[in-house]
Ligand binder design. Structure first.
Ligand SMILES: [Cu+2]
Length: 127
């Protein structure tokens, strides 16, 4: 009898774990809605090393982005966001790389960790 009570308690707690996992997965799927940020797309290698930005650096910025340097957004909210590709569809991020040095509007998902701000690019257009 004692053994079967323990078995019931164990299977109930396992069921709760599965349910908790399922609701966590549902929360991840219903991610916070995208924000819209405007600003300049930065070539972070040149911006962080020597503050390079703006139209006079745009040609270098595109070259740096093409060679794989990270890009960011100097947003009008005063923050610099590391730009990230969406794992399921990187096309908007690829477009953003070609717009390094330009003023843009980006729709995407913001995240922050360990003092770093990031924006997953879902759409980008020049402004
Ligand atoms: Cu550069």
């Amino acid at each position: 009898m004692r053994k079967s009570v323990a078995a019931v308690v164990l299977s109930l707690s396992l069921a709760l774990c599965v349910l908790a996992g399922a609701s966590f997965a549902a929360e991840k799927a219903a991610a916070p809605s995208d924000v819209t940020l405007t600003g300049e797309i930065l070539d972070l290698a040149c911006y962080i090393a020597h503050g390079a930005k703006g139209p006079e650096h745009a040609v270098c910025a595109v070259k740096c982005a093409e060679m794989g340097q990270p890009i960011g957004l100097a947003a009008s909210d005063g923050k610099v966001y590391l730009l990230l590709a969406d794992h399921a569809d990187s096309s908007a991020f690829t477009k953003a790389k070609s717009m390094a040095g330009k003023k843009v509007e980006i729709k995407g998902e913001v995240a922050a960790k360990d003092g770093m701000n990031a924006l997953t690019v879902h759409a980008v257009q020049s402004v």
